[in-house]
Design a protein around this ligand. Sequence first.
Ligand SMILES: Nc1nc2c(ncn2[C@@H]2O[C@H](COP(=O)(O)OP(=O)(O)OP(=O)(O)O)[C@@H](O)[C@H]2O)c(=O)[nH]1
Ligand SMILES: [Mg+2]
Length: 297
Amino acid sequence: MFNFLKNKIKKVYDNFTNKACSIFSRDKLDESFLKELSVLLISADTGIKTTNKILEILKTGIQNKKIENIEQAKAELEKLLLAHLKQHTNTQKTPKLLLLVGINGSGKTTFVAKFANKLKNEDKKILLVAGDTFRAAAVDQLLEWSKKINVDIFIGKTNQDPASVIFDACKKFKEENYDHIIIDTAGRLQTKANLMKELEKIRNVVGKVLPDEQINTWLTIDSMLGQNSLSQAEIFNESTKLDGLVLTKLDGTGKGGIVFSITEKLQLPILYITYGEQLEDIKNFDAEEYVKNLFEE
Ligand SMILES: Nc1nc2c(ncn2[C@@H]2O[C@H](COP(=O)(O)OP(=O)(O)OP(=O)(O)O)[C@@H](O)[C@H]2O)c(=O)[nH]1
Ligand SMILES: [Mg+2]
């Protein structure tokens, strides 16, 4: 059967599913089965903590004779992985104001465009904000996208402080009755204290214009960076109140276990995934579909 997601992020599934199938075609539920399984999970970037947690549960199940064969172990693993992802969900509808943050090149601007395009296709009135005022090229990049998808964009003056651009944009948003305002920000390394302070300032500014429940801050994470992106994301999470994660560039990685380690580490839901440079390469993250695909040839 043609599977849309599996086709888009082929490397993720090729890497996991083929190996999983070979492990699950063994006939004995022994130490070496568990060892191979742990290698599979770690090599897919599931992370040591999550992997160990899962293996402990499986081991206990085997000892208690609740898991008696490979088929049951497989079903239990699938269940555990799914439950792991479902610990964190965001049932909130699309926020009125969305702020995208993340390290340089993690896919913020492209995501802003993809997400705006999606909302525009749902007949929403959208305002984009070029909050990355440091580089003219960054403004141009978003401007190009706005023309392509035919949505309005707010651009500040050259070198205007981003928080002040965003404040002005919020005024326009309110006055002209937009449905959503989506703010692109400059990429920043979490180690740059002044830039992290600036994010705080931006968050304070938007908090003055709209009630908290209408504001979301999402962090884009480049899945190709694997475990490295986790420590970066962790620091973002400490200094900025995040509401959710966007996992980008899933088309470029074979390490699909990142979805598990990232939710473990950040205790936040993955809301969207992206898998390409085109506008339509975006999808809401569906834990059931994702996990089911991992186990299906
Ligand atoms: N293959 C692939 N490429 C992507 C994806 N998302 C973004 N890119 C590419 O990654 C590069 C960086 O994307 P941007 O959206 O500019 O990233 P950014 O976070 O805004 O970067 P800065 O503003 O410099 O911090 C661009 O070449 C994008 O086309 C994706 O899902 N898959
Ligand atoms: Mg950008």
